[in-house]
Design a protein around this ligand. Structure first.
Ligand SMILES: Cc1ncc(COP(=O)(O)O)c(C=O)c1O
Length: 390
């Protein structure tokens, strides 16, 4: 991370090579069970795949409108109403993006002046810091502490200064699996209202919740008018490669974000946009089975790791679980993740990569359970050699 790269602007120094590239290469080299990368190992729903194929065959292959296909904006609005009771106008308040990643980046670019501060929680999803940096903003970070990954309310209050523009919240949260509870959301909302801040919420795991209730921040009093709510089809329909995301926000915020977005990708994935219309309208059974399947995989991996002796922080949502490697005789998560592919044939990701100061996540690693039962069992069986310490 610290090596200075030639040509690269100072804004982006430090964002060079990530630990993920190294872990993926190690996993491949050793033919390891890859519990590091967070892409689903499952087939997308057949009806959704068929809809994409049909859209291509019917020649829906040219640019979609910059704000997204009207039927998809309509389907997103229906989805927000159906699941969260939030009402958005598909024409003026819903925008389709190239995944949640573009939605986050376009929002930051549109809304941050150089020097504006954005408050976010760590560990964090890695694109946030880069997005803030590209916008010329300044990150202010509040740490989530194990075992429940709660934050100290005084830390969040202290992170807000006269320069704060927005709070960026990811719930359900990658990598910890935390789902922010009502009390926390009310605290965050109160701070937004009291300090006149915007909220940017990344809710890509909104349908992956097990022992908790997901509440969009926008649904709290006084928040709809100041929140950009972001999600994506990738996780919910196991189509991460399609990169179809969206954001919902009141008209003035939507117009601002569309202004930035039109010069980024302008538009993307027309046939996939058609298919996601079908996906968002799948029956309740799909969403229930989807969460139930992941709950089973969560239990499988959490139980397997616990039996080996790992201290595991049971996730309430997402498809990630964080564990502390000190419980199996290691001190350092990076060393653990560098050693495991060669030694036992399993890859994981060190959480240190998700902290401003890597020492704060030093002993934590993340395993992904978006994998088949066979693969999870194989990974657990290989890791069993750690029983009783390294
Ligand atoms: C918290 C979070 N936000 C955003 C993304 C990326 O979403 P997309 O592929 O839709 O850009 C991911 C993917 O892992 C994620 O974990």
């Amino acid at each position: 991370m610290s090596q200075r790269l030639p040509h690269l602007t100072s804004r982006l120094q430090g964002f060079g090579t990530t630990i993920f590239a190294e872990m993926t290469a190690l996993a491949l080299e050793h033919d390891a069970v890859n519990l590091g990368q967070g892409f689903p190992d499952f087939q997308a729903p057949q009806a959704v795949k068929d809809a994409a194929v049909r859209a291509i065959a019917e020649d829906h292959n040219q640019y979609a409108p910059g704000s997204g296909l009207p039927p998809l904006r309509q389907a997103v609005a229906e989805h927000q109403q159906r699941f969260w009771g939030l009402s958005y106008d598909p024409d003026t308040e819903v925008t389709v993006t190239a995944g949640a990643t573009e939605a986050v980046c376009a929002t930051l670019l549109a809304l941050c002046e150089a020097g504006d501060e954005v408050v976010m929680f760590e560990p964090y999803y890695d694109s946030y810091r880069a997005g803030i940096a590209m916008a010329g903003g300044v990150e202010r970070v509040v740490t989530l502490h194990p075992p429940d990954f709660t934050y100290d309310t005084a830390d969040l209050e202290a992170a807000i200064t006269p320069k704060t523009r927005a709070i960026l919240l990811n719930s359900p949260h990658n990598p910890t699996g935390k789902v922010f509870d009502r009390e926390e959301l009310e605290h965050i909302a109160r701070l937004c209202r009291d300090h006149d801040l915007l909220a940017i919420t990344d809710e890509v795991y909104e349908h992956l919740v097990f022992d908790a209730v997901h509440t969009p921040l926008a649904s709290l009093p006084g928040m709809r008018g100041r929140t950009v709510t972001i999600s994506s089809a990738g996780k919910t329909f196991s189509v991460t490669g399609w990169k179809i995301g969206w954001l919902c926000a009141p008209p003035d915020l939507t117009t601002a974000v569309r202004t930035a977005k039109q010069f980024m990708t302008f538009t993307n994935g027309t046939p996939f946009q058609h298919a996601i219309v079908q996906a968002l309208r799948l029956g309740d059974g799909y969403f229930e089975d989807f969460a139930a399947g992941y709950r089973g995989r969560r239990d499988r991996l959490v139980n397997g790791l616990s039996e080996i002796g790992f201290e595991v922080f049971r996730p309430q949502g997402t498809y990630f679980v964080t564990a502390d490697v000190r419980s199996v005789g290691f001190e350092d998560g990076i060393e653990f993740c560098r050693t495991m592919p060669g030694k036992l044939g399993v890859a994981a990701v060190p959480n240190a990569a998700f902290y401003i100061d890597p020492r704060r996540g030093r002993s934590l690693v993340r395993f992904a359970f978006c994998k088949t039962d066979e693969l999870l069992d194989e990974g657990i069986s290989r890791l069993s050699a750690l029983r009783g310490g390294a």
